[in-house]
Ligand binder design. Structure first.
Ligand SMILES: Cc1ncc(COP(=O)(O)O)c(C=O)c1O
Length: 400
């Protein structure tokens, strides 16, 4: 008998098949036309985009688009090669120089996605003899990086410096010479809570561990010049590696890691997700470079956090059970039952508001979430419309 390799997915397939097909399936949304960073046509209906991580609205920034078009016309549609072969153009070098300028660091490496940046950096610097100590609520790319590097993985309680310290002390007692990498995120993507980087990094340094902070959801959003939560908290000197993505505030695609470690550039030779994949297209590189320049001096941060407070506070005041309230541009309503969450999502779509339906395993503690990510490009009018619809649908479903 031949065993079907897909048999292990039977439950997933059954669960998926129970969802309605077509426009009411939260996992098969198709954007027929995108009008702006905050509006699209979905199922023939004009819909407010309230869950796209487009924090600065950069996807339609004229200067970024012009830079991309110029690069497209000059260098073509793609590099068709790895960074270590034919895939490094002067744009890639310029973008890495811009990242060093943005962060005030010595070294910057650009990856093809943020996922690959985490995968590559964590797997390469924490090998079989090392330890990676990660927050329990870490993003999948962090977990996958740990698995790929074969380091010993130790999890600490989410955002809990005391628990981290306990775990590090135990590792050090057992293995005084071990290499240890502590991995945290600036802002946790599902609930939008910030990490206490100072306390976590100080605990790490006490035990001679390196600290990596993934600022995927905080670049552009926090800090005086948009470097992220570590800058906001004034603790960048405690961070050894900063990872980020171009797929959110920067409005395109790609990932990066910056560091002052003197040997950091060896990653260009030994990091498999950097070496064995094609580099970013020149147009993407050009728009990312322009967006970084704009983000650095932008006052969009103020507008973004104002927008976030307006939605978060409005939802909390209405009586919703919120993940956090206004610590970041993310607003997440906790819904007890998964079926109610699905119905909620569908009714919001029918009202012309797209949010993220976030369910396990993407969420911490098995939560079901109606997750919004605000943009500086949202108007107060759009936010008030979202609020009105969240409240009316919430009443309808007896969530409120
Ligand atoms: C915390 C975190 N790290 C990394 C990533 C991966 O970023 P990218 O979309 O560039 O692959 C994400 C994306 O969702 C994320 O939320």
């Amino acid at each position: 008998m031949t065993l079907d390799l897909f048999e292990k997915f039977n439950t997933t397939i059954e669960n998926f098949n129970q969802l309605p097909s077509g426009e009411l399936n939260p996992f098969t949304v198709v954007m027929d036309k995108v009008i702006s960073p905050t509006e699209a046509i979905i199922n023939g209906r004009k819909t407010i985009l309230a869950g796209t991580n487009n924090y600065m609205g950069m996807t339609y920034n004229k200067q970024c688009m012009d830079a991309a078009i110029e690069a497209l016309n000059t260098f073509g549609t793609g590099t068709t090669g790895s960074r270590v072969l034919n895939g490094t153009y002067n744009g890639h070098k310029k973008l890495e120089a811009s990242l060093n300028d943005f962060y005030g660091t010595d070294h910057a490496i650009v990856f093809s996605t943020g996922y690959q940046a985490n995968l590559g950096v964590i797997a390469t610097i924490a090998g079989p003899k090392d330890y990676v100590v990660i927050d329990a609520d870490s993003h999948a790319s962090i977990y996958d990086g740990c698995a790929m590097g074969n380091a010993t993985i130790v999890r600490f309680t989410h955002n809990d410096p005391e628990n981290l310290e306990k775990r590090l002390a135990r590792i050090r007692r057992k293995d005084p010479e071990a290499g240890i990498l502590v991995v945290i995120e600036g802002v946790y993507s599902m609930l939008g809570d910030q990490a206490p980087i100072k306390e976590l990094a100080e605990a790490s340094k006490k035990h001679d561990a390196f600290v990596l902070v993934d600022e995927a959801h905080s670049i552009g959003v926090f800090g005086q010049t948009g470097r992220g939560v570590a800058q906001e908290q004034g603790v960048e000197h405690l961070v050894d590696f900063t990872i980020g993505t171009f797929s959110k505030s920067v409005g395109t695609v790609g990932g990066y890691c910056v560091s002052n470690h003197p040997k950091f550039d060896v990653l260009r030779l030994v990091c498999r997700p950097y070496v064995f994949t094609a580099s970013l297209p020149p147009s993407v590189v050009a728009s990312a470079t322009k967006a970084l320049e704009l983000i650095k001096d932008s006052n969009l941060r103020v507008k973004l956090l104002e927008n976030s407070m307006r939605l978060n506070k409005g939802l909390a005041d209405a009586g919703f059970n919120m993940g956090t309230t206004g610590e970041s541009p993310i607003a997440a309503i906790i819904i007890d039952e998964q079926n109610t969450a699905i119905a909620y999502w569908q009714m919001m779509m029918q009202e012309g508001v797209y949010v993220n339906l976030a369910v396990p395993p993407a969420t911490p503690n098995g939560l079901n979430l109606m997750r919004c990510s605000l943009s500086a490009a949202h108007t107060f009018e759009q936010i008030d419309y979202m609020l009105e619809k969240f409240i009316s649908v919430g009443k309808n479903l007896a969530v409120l």
